[in-house]
Design a protein around this ligand. Structure first.
Ligand SMILES: C[S@@+](CC[C@H](N)C(=O)[O-])C[C@H]1O[C@@H](n2cnc3c(N)ncnc32)[C@H](O)[C@@H]1O
Length: 220
């Protein structure tokens, strides 16, 4: 959020993949008087986001696919959603294309984990025995997808994370996290097999780690 300067063009700030909209408080604080529009595919998430936005007439939450934006914006801010989209590089092209002249794009997403021994890596190793790896070649195409926007920043951001234990991490990841669609598609017996393998490879007790996200900032 430190990338959001005051000198933005007119227009709304779009927040694709807003989830419950944790970005909202900082955005309203940094950009008073600005229209802010959150977009998320999930009805449950948008309901929670609307609850957070209640009482602020400048905020709207739209339930829908944020892969392609059909409005123009002063800024597009997205946190930890890009990697969930079917074609992230195409989405980034659309987000950059939505910017008005002088507008700003700020996107943070989870790249392929480079954290040996961390829970994301362990889980991905376990998954590899059962599910083909997702194509990650889109990560190399993100900068090109910005097209005419000028890249201002492309850097890792590292966050400390603490999970009470490996089982809690696995449950959150498969019930309310990015593996929920796989769990729904393959059923409980399959998830139980994954859980057992994951727990066998995981450390006992509290699990602390420091994964690295990627932050891309570009100006139209
Ligand atoms: C990891 S959450 C991040 C939410 C929020 N930005 C945060 O930082 O907590 C990713 C969000 O992307 C949403 N999402 C996934 N695919 C989407 C799509 N095609 N269009 C809009 N939202 C999508 C999910 O519903 C989920 O709420």
């Amino acid at each position: 959020m430190r990338a959001l300067p005051p000198d933005l063009p007119d227009g709304p700030v779009l927040v694709p993949c807003c989830g419950t909209f944790p970005e909202l408080d900082l955005l309203t604080e940094r950009l008073p008087g600005r229209e802010i529009i959150g977009i998320d595919l999930s009805a449950g998430m948008t309901a929670l986001a609307r609850r957070r936005a209640a009482g602020n007439p400048l905020v709207r939450v739209v339930e829908g696919d944020a892969s392609a934006l059909d409005v123009t914006a002063a800024a597009v801010v997205s946190v930890f959603g890009l990697q969930q989209l079917p074609e992230p590089d195409a989405a980034l092209r659309s987000w950059a294309g939505a910017l008005r002249p002088g507008g700003l794009l700020s996107v943070v997403y989870w790249p392929h984990s480079l954290e040996p021994g961390g829970p994301f890596t362990v889980l991905s190793d376990v998954l590899r025995g059962h599910v083909p790896a997702r194509d990650r070649s889109w990560e190399d195409r993100l900068v090109a997808a910005l097209e005419d926007a000028v890249l201002e920043r492309d850097e890792p951001l590292s966050f400390p994370m603490v999970h009470p234990d490996a089982d809690t991490f696995f449950t959150a990841h498969t019930r309310s996290g990015p593996m929920r669609p796989l769990a729904d598609a393959r059923g409980e017996a399959f998830i139980a097999v994954l859980r057992e393998e994951f727990l066998r490879r995981a450390p006992e007790g509290e699990w602390r780690h420091r994964p690295s996200a990627r932050h891309i900032v570009a100006r139209a």
